[in-house]
Design a protein around this ligand. Structure first.
Ligand code: CP3
Length: 354
């Protein structure tokens, strides 16, 4: 357990202070999917290297994670990996296809399929431990100490790839299992919860300062189904690292109807999708948790002054929260001009809070 000692520069960073609901010198900002995607320096180091291959190479992970920190001076680094990497590491036959996403060779449909997936141990992912340790050392010297966010996929979202065999719009097979084969669903969710918890634990034990649990596709279910079939497993993952004391961020797309329940799953900070007015999101999440978000990622394609005017509205709304971490309301769009994200970062940093 390697939480930054209280009083250390890292522990006093704007990002960790906001995550704990403490006063900040400026609104901290980072961008979901800031590593990879739009940066020319990323495309250069990835030339001829497959996505999963790069996620298993400590040197590349370290370089790609640091690239957006160098370029933008964001308040946190997000570890370069993928939500399906732990499955690959335990031997599930899958690939990440460019422009498509994760594709699973043999979709999981039966109890036998679930039982065939091994649990994850630190021995499966030595490159993760190595990269996190190197990054934590490097980031200590950046802007007075920049925290590293570790992450994992939440059980529902990871299950959707395993059951559908790839990306999906309706999640019909996933929900058919959920409603029609509860014993298979429970076994699968328990398996993924254990793998995601172990994956987060490896990152926190190696020195990550915070974690984000991505339940990107949880918005596909309604509140009652979320409570019955999804939340208990996300709660299991989040509580498994509770004793480490690192802040836990929980995010889903299209999750406006679920924000309070995603907080109740055991998050310290709830990520708000761009479709929700941040003020409404804060109301739904309540006074006991921080918020992260939520500028529409397409606003980077608007004139700079339109983008920054909207960013100002987000910052102003965020003041009502127990703590606010500025972010986009979903990941950076691949065609984003990095110069706009640089201007956005500078704008958020310069925005007066008094
Ligand atoms: O910058 C970061 O946020 C760190 C790296 C990161 C990646 N994936 C790298 C990646 C993170 C945090 C993720 C999380 C992830 N992966 C999520 C949750 C976040 C979200 O966007 O909601 C999901 C749903 C996945 C699954 C996945 N992997 C998708 C949907 C895709 C995109 C397919 C595409 O190309 O549009 C991937 C591929 C992926 N993950 C890339 C990167 C940099 C593109 C890789 C490539 O094709 O070269």
């Amino acid at each position: 357990m390697t939480t930054a000692p209280s009083g250390s520069p890292l522990s006093n960073s704007a990002f960790l202070r906001a995550a704990r609901g403490e006063a900040v010198p400026h609104t901290p900002v980072w961008f979901m999917r800031q590593a990879g995607r739009s940066l020319p320096e990323y495309l250069k180091v990835r030339e001829g290297v497959g996505m999963l291959e790069s996620c298993m190479n400590a040197e590349l992970i370290t370089e790609i994670t640091l690239q957006p920190v160098r370029r933008y001076g964001v308040d946190a680094a997000i570890f370069f990996s993928d939500i399906v990497l732990p499955l690959k590491a335990v031997g599930v036959d899958l690939d990440i296809k460019p422009g498509v996403g994760p594709v699973v060779a043999h979709p999981v449909r039966t109890l036998e399929d679930v039982a065939a997936i091994p649990d994850l141990t630190a021995e499966h992912v030595p490159f993760i431990t190595e990269a996190v340790r190197t990054l934590v050392g490097e980031l200590a010297g950046v802007n007075g100490g920049t925290p590293l966010i570790g992450f994992a996929g939440a059980p529902f979202t990871v299950a959707s790839y395993l059951v559908e065999g790839g990306p999906s719009k309706e999640y019909a097979n996933t929900k058919a299992m959920m409603y029609g084969a509860p014993e298979v669903w429970e076994a699968l969710m328990a398996k993924i919860a254990s793998i995601s918890a172990a994956f987060l634990r490896v990152q926190v034990d190696a020195g990550a300062s915070a974690v984000q649990l991505f339940d990107s596709w949880a918005g596909a279910v309604n509140r009652d189904d979320y409570l019955q079939y999804v939340q208990p497993w996300s709660a299991q993952v989040l509580s498994s690292i509770g004793e480490t004391g690192v802040p836990r961020i929980h995010f889903g797309v299209n999750s406006g109807e679920l924000l309070d329940l995603m907080g109740d799953a055991g998050a310290d900070v709830v990520g708000v999708d761009w479709r929700v007015r941040l003020a409404d999101g804060i109301q739904r999440i309540g006074p006991d948790r921080g918020v992260q978000g939520n500028l529409d990622p397409t606003l980077v394609f608007a004139p700079t002054e339109v983008m920054t005017a909207r960013a100002a509205e987000v910052i102003e709304a965020g003041r009502a929260a127990r703590g606010h971490i500025f972010n986009l309301g979903h990941g950076v769009i691949p065609s984003t001009n990095p110069d706009q994200l640089a201007r956005l970062t500078d704008f958020v940093h310069a925005y007066p809070l008094d």
